[in-house]
Design a protein around this ligand. Structure first.
Ligand SMILES: [Cu+2]
Length: 315
């Protein structure tokens, strides 16, 4: 007959056996992101420091990760440190050279409990697809710390590290330039648009169209999300002032000809734009041709840099 003391010891041993391998690492719920996109980081804290409750969670933001916005957390004090970046980055057509470098949540999380700490961030194009970006994290407890700051050396297995920093793997950009598209006798290449400032009512669309057929076709319009309509425009000198006008009857594309819609020339105008276009986005729309019909296109949104004067956009 087992004494209650031995039974107690067996139970304790069983608990040790269960809890010891459950020494889970600090990690992100979503461990993948694409460059030039907003990433929601959900940092998971699975335990305290050696039985002690966690009183602070510190996250270091690596260089190349910008536009950081931590989410306040009930019962926790939120603090951030700002600093200059090593270099400047382009975000939505604006130059960003400083921002949040550290986030600190102060509160209390028992060792027996689990919690999540959330922030938003943008991975710039400083990272190559396939790279892993590590965020050093330190848990501070009443006694001691847990420092999740180890980064694997080249070729080293990150699973072999005792205290690895949580990482996010960079996936290939979603907006890789699509190959030329064919519709009937037309070849459509490189549709692109340009980031617009907040409140802008119009956006521009650019694309190269080649007619490989024997009949003239005409670009007569299209569709674009968040725009009430799409017009085909041309630039014309009127009383010595360059103005843009809708192309009457559509833009002619003669057999064998290539027409390039570009800034300062023929372009598509996205009218009554309801939301701004952001650099790095891919936006799906359509082009409508008189003969070839409707074709789906995907515009890559480039930066505002070198945009012609705002006067161009007055109608
Ligand atoms: Cu226009």
């Amino acid at each position: 007959m087992l004494s209650s003391r031995i039974r107690g010891a067996l139970v304790a041993a069983a608990f040790t056996a269960i809890s010891a391998p459950a020494f889970a690492h600090v990690s992100f719920e979503t461990a993948q992101a694409t460059p030039n996109s907003t990433y929601k980081a959900i940092l998971r804290i699975p335990h305290g420091c050696d039985g002690q409750p966690t009183l602070k969670v510190r996250v270091r933001i690596p260089e190349g990760v910008v536009a950081v916005k931590p989410m306040p957390k009930a019962g926790w004090k939120l603090e951030t440190t700002k600093g200059a970046y090593v270099r400047a980055y382009q975000v939505h057509g604006e130059t960003v050279s400083e921002g949040i470098t550290d986030i600190v949540w102060t509160g209390s999380l028992d060792d027996a409990f689990y919690d999540e700490f959330v922030f938003q961030a943008r991975f710039t194009d400083a990272f190559q697809p396939g790279a892993t970006v590590y965020f050093p994290v330190v848990q501070e407890c009443e006694k001691g710390t847990e420092e999740w700051v180890q980064v694997p050396a080249a070729g080293e297995d990150p699973h072999k590290l005792a205290m690895p920093a949580p990482g996010v793997k960079i996936a290939a950009a979603a907006n890789a330039a699509p190959a030329a598209q064919k519709i009937g006798a037309l070849t459509i290449e490189q549709p692109w648009s340009r980031a617009t400032p907040a409140g802008a009512k119009v956006g521009g669309g650019y694309v190269r169209i080649t007619n490989t057929g024997t009949e003239t076709d005409r670009l007569i319009g299209g569709s674009f999300p968040n725009a009430s309509r799409v017009e085909v425009h041309e630039m014309k000198l009127e009383n010595d002032v360059m103005r843009m006008k809708q192309v009457a009857g559509g833009l002619e594309i003669k057999p064998g000809a290539t027409v390039e819609l570009k800034p300062g020339s023929y372009h598509l105008m996205f009218m009554d734009l309801k939301t701004p276009l952001a650099e790095g986005q891919s936006v799906k729309g359509t082009l409508v041709f008189e003969k070839a019909g409707t074709v789906n296109v995907e515009y890559t949104v480039r930066g505002m840099g070198g945009a012609p004067a705002a006067a161009e956009h007055k109608h």
